[in-house]
Design a protein around this ligand. Structure first.
Ligand code: E4P
Length: 218
């Protein structure tokens, strides 16, 4: 499973990239606004750190303008994936940009039928939002399962499933079991993935025993 960082936090992106944990980055208008930085500047910086796809989202809602924004964003760096919402205008934009060889990430996906449309429009990635479905009392993971099954039924569909709106480490575990191609993680969830109380307890016991032995390795 590939890990994308769902953030524009440069320090976090650098920290986890160094350990080989970052295969890409996703942003959205809220994330960029939170960074307090200019979208062009921050996407350029992230693309200089990460080799994999870096999603930058259009904010227009009409296809003509969305296509213009997408073409503009795609010129920032060769690894920019243009993010478009799952609307008919977004799907039209997806088709036009994909036909030009530009990676497109179709976002705000809440049904498997929508995911099918994105794949037919040539999306490189579909972003089903797990956490936001959980928020309204559904099990967001059912959507990942359905999309996996549908995409696997048709060998001509090459869109990658990018599990988004991940809020917990258990979301990552379940998405990986189902076979989502990518999980996009807030840095806090990625941080937590390595943690286990028995690891801490075991390490403490080992170090206490070592201390008592009086030995040193070097
Ligand atoms: C990623 O592409 C999405 O923008 C993001 O995962 C949304 O997460 P949220 O529902 O926690 O805001």
């Amino acid at each position: 499973m590939k890990f994308f960082i769902d953030s524009a936090d440069i320090n976090a992106i650098k920290k986890f990239s160094k350990i080989g944990m970052v295969d890409g980055v996703t942003t959205n208008p809220s994330i960029i606004a939170k960074s307090g930085r200019d979208i062009r500047e921050v996407i350029t910086e992230i693309c200089g750190i990460v080799e994999g796809p870096v999603s930058a989202e259009v904010t227009a809602t009409q296809a003509k303008k969305m296509i213009e924004e997408g073409e503009y964003l795609s010129k920032i760096a060769k690894n920019v994936a243009v993010k478009v919402p799952l609307t008919w205008d977004g799907l039209e934009t997806c088709k036009v940009l994909s036909d030009q060889g530009i990676m497109v990430n179709v976002t705000l996906c809440f049904s498997s039928q929508q995911a099918l449309l994105a794949a037919k429009a040539g999306a490189s990635f579909i972003s089903p939002f797990i956490g936001r479905l959980d928020d309204i009392g559904e099990d967001g993971m059912d959507l990942i399962k359905d999309i996996r099954e549908i995409y696997d039924n048709y060998s001509n569909l090459s869109t990658e499933i990018l599990a988004a709106s991940i809020r917990t480490t258990d979301h990552v575990r379940r998405a990986a079991i189902i076979g989502a191609d990518v999980s996009t993680l807030p840095p806090s969830v990625l941080e937590e993935l390595a943690m286990h109380p028995l690891t801490d307890k075991g390490l403490k016991a080992f170090l206490d025993d070592w201390e008592k032995s009086g030995q040193t390795i070097m």
